[in-house]
Design a protein around this ligand. Structure first.
Ligand code: PPS
Ligand code: MG
Ligand code: MG
Ligand code: MG
Length: 351
């Protein structure tokens, strides 16, 4: 199957949602709440989820959706709900045909709340399931760092389509890897990554209207692993900086890691700006969420990479809302992935 329509809708929906998040960053108080697990959620997360789910439901009404957020806290906070409604109701692409393709946006605040709540699928191994992270790297978003709007279509447990909107990464695929967002008010920044299983991966500049032209992306060829650049989470609570430093040392890597929030890490290595992404677990009981990895996993593999967990197993998106059969993530160009995995095993084995 070509998944042509799914790809187009996903790319436009992600592009429109990134516009909403940028408006929140530049124009608004962020309306931050703290969730039960103490992690932050903002009006940007809720608004982006509403716009994307609305577009999926209009185009693919029988598909299921696993979305990170839910609306219960908004039903108790009218003021916050109003603020999100104002954003959702006024964020549109500058291109009528693209807006039409998305099926417009929610018509009422009630419809918006229903859309946010339509992301509660349990996931699983059967049927068509979208995995949505409306803002990945919410902490990065809040501090003006990297973040990503992430959407993937999983069919019978396999990722078929993946899209990442990264408003703070450089458009230029050959720009050096850096978590910096620059100081030119966003000029030259904003990239949309996409992949369909079996068709390769592409990037294009994010725009305010119709999709811009795309270009293929590829991972960089690594001939000497000691020269590789690796990226990791900013938050030490999300992945083990200590283990990652030991793995890099074992591989002879002397360059400092690049710490970057969100799935912008997957996009960055897929375009050859960096080479490796290491995410070693901090806690044995944490289960990675499918929306934190589905799009990035496909984009990296379609760009010539391999993505597994720390034991060498491919990420298994058929297990529900979490990757409960996996621990951590190791992403690298295909040719050196086994070498990186050997270093991971040796560091974890010696603990
Ligand atoms: N303990 C633990 N271990 C691993 N991962 C965790 C953990 N807690 C949270 N999260 C998830 O991490 C997501 C943020 O992505 P990153 O870790 O890549 O970015 S960051 O640099 O740490 O901000 C973040 O995604 P968002 O909530 O969408 O920002 C979380 O789902
Ligand atoms: Mg979150
Ligand atoms: Mg996330
Ligand atoms: Mg999120």
């Amino acid at each position: 199957m070509s998944y042509r329509k799914e790809l187009k809708v996903a790319e436009l929906a992600v592009q429109r949602a990134t516009l909403l998040t940028q408006r929140v960053f530049h124009e608004k108080a962020k309306g931050t709440l703290s969730k039960d697990d103490k992690s932050p959620v903002t009006i940007g997360d809720f608004g982006a989820q509403a716009l994307i789910i609305h577009a999926i439901r209009r185009n693919f009404p029988t598909d299921e959706i696993v979305g990170e957020e839910e609306a219960s806290s908004l039903r108790e906070d009218k003021d916050l709900s109003n603020q999100i409604w104002e954003l959702v109701n006024t964020t549109k692409l500058d291109d009528e045909a693209s807006e039409e393709q998305l099926g417009g946006s929610p018509k009422t605040e009630r419809e918006m709340l229903q859309a946010i709540d339509a992301g509660q699928s349990a996931g699983g191994r059967h049927g068509r399931i979208w995995a949505l992270d409306p803002i990945d790297g919410t902490k990065g978003f809040l501090r003006g760092g990297q973040y990503a709007v992430c959407l993937a279509l999983i069919v019978d447990g396999h990722v078929k389509v993946g899209v990442l909107g990264c408003p703070n990464l450089p458009v230029d695929n050959s720009a050096p890897l850096s978590a910096d967002v620059g100081d030119k008010g966003g000029e030259g920044r904003g990239v949309l990554f996409a992949a369909v299983l079996g068709s390769g991966a592409v990037s294009r500049p994010l725009s305010r209207g119709a999709l811009q032209d795309s270009q293929p992306i590829h991972m960089r060829e690594v001939t000497d692993i000691a020269q590789a650049t690796f990226c990791e989470s900013v938050e030490a609570g999300h992945s083990s900086h200590g283990d990652q430093a030991m793995i890099a040392k074992k591989l002879g890597i002397v360059k400092e890691s690049v710490r970057m929030d969100s799935q912008a890490k997957y996009g960055s290595i897929a375009r050859g700006a960096g080479d490796l992404y290491l995410r070693l677990p901090v806690r044995a009981d944490y289960q990675e969420k499918i929306w934190d990895h589905a799009a990035g996993d496909l984009i990296v593999r379609e760009a010539g990479g391999q993505v597994t967990d720390v034991e060498g197993r491919r990420l298994d998106f058929s297990q529900g809302r979490t990757l409960k059969e996996n621990k951590g993530v190791v992403a690298a160009p295909k040719d050196v992935h086994e070498q990186v995995l050997d270093a991971v095993r040796s560091v974890l084995g010696s603990k």
